[in-house]
Design a protein around this ligand. Structure first.
Ligand code: UDP
Length: 249
């Protein structure tokens, strides 16, 4: 029998996006009435509510230091995942992933803040995933920044603080290698079968706050890392441009 010529199969993403394309993004500000800052961020099917609330005290270790603090909590609703995610409180402990993510969110936001300008108060950032489809931590960071900005603008308007403590914009995205292709902003289906998965948090100036890169299926080369970094930086630049548009800055 005659062998058919092999044809190269075009790489196609599950949702039809280009390799370097972010998912459609929407940010709805003032989503929760009681919080000083609040947004609903949607990156494709991933949806996260981020709030920023002010507490007029600092943790014990900062008392008398004339500076403020930012801390973050992250959670997924039971109905946010394909199979019901049981609430941490019913298991008697916070799972490691939750802890890792909330510390990442807190660190990311603190790194673009002059905490002295905040005075002795704490900003609580709460990120609640209402629908998860990959990239919840990165969406949480991008959205929480807007909630934080809104909360601080409110404090500034009221004269509670004299200067804006934010020193830079920050946003985050995931990038990865899937079927040998370098791709932007992985959805769950891509994330769960990716060879390499990387979360990137960066400032507007392209400075790195955190990179979490893992060879899930295989080790990856420095040259691949370089390509991932270039793609991730482009995505973050796009996200920051969107944040600025939302804030009319
Ligand atoms: N996920 C899930 N249940 C879990 C944890 C994760 O269904 O308990 C899904 C969810 O869609 C999440 C994705 O797996 O967005 C990727 O999870 P990962 O831990 O990589 O974090 P993320 O990409 O959301 O920051």
């Amino acid at each position: 029998m005659q062998k058919l010529p092999e044809t190269a199969v075009e790489y196609e993403r599950i949702d039809g996006r280009k390799k370097d394309e972010l998912r459609p993004i929407t940010i709805t500000r003032n989503f929760i009435r009681n919080a000083e800052g609040s947004v609903l961020i949607e990156m494709g099917n991933t949806k996260v509510i981020c709030t920023a609330m002010v507490e007029e005290k600092v943790p014990h270790f900062l008392k008398g230091q004339k500076q403020g603090w930012i801390t973050a909590e992250y959670e997924m609703l039971p109905g946010s995942t394909n199979t019901r995610k049981s609430r941490d409180r019913n298991r008697g402990k916070i799972d490691g992933r939750t802890m890792e993510i909330q510390r990442l969110i807190g660190r990311s936001l603190r790194s673009v803040m002059d905490l002295k300008k905040l005075g002795e108060r704490t900003l609580w950032i709460d990120c609640d995933v209402i629908q998860a489809d990959g990239g919840t931590r990165t969406a949480a960071i991008t959205g929480a920044f807007i909630a934080l900005h809104d909360a601080l603008s409110g404090l500034l308007e009221k004269g509670v603080i004299k200067e804006m403590p934010i020193t830079n914009f920050v946003a985050a995205t995931s990038v990865g290698i899937h079927q040998g292709e370098i791709i932007m902003d992985l959805c769950y289906e891509e994330d769960s079968s990716a060879e390499v998965d990387m979360n990137m948090v960066m400032t507007e100036d392209g400075e790195i706050i955190e990179i979490q890169g893992t060879g899930e299926e295989r080790p990856f080369k420095k040259e691949e890392l370089q390509k991932l970094l270039i793609l991730g930086e482009a995505g973050i630049k796009e996200l920051i441009a969107f944040q600025k548009e939302k804030l009319s800055i």
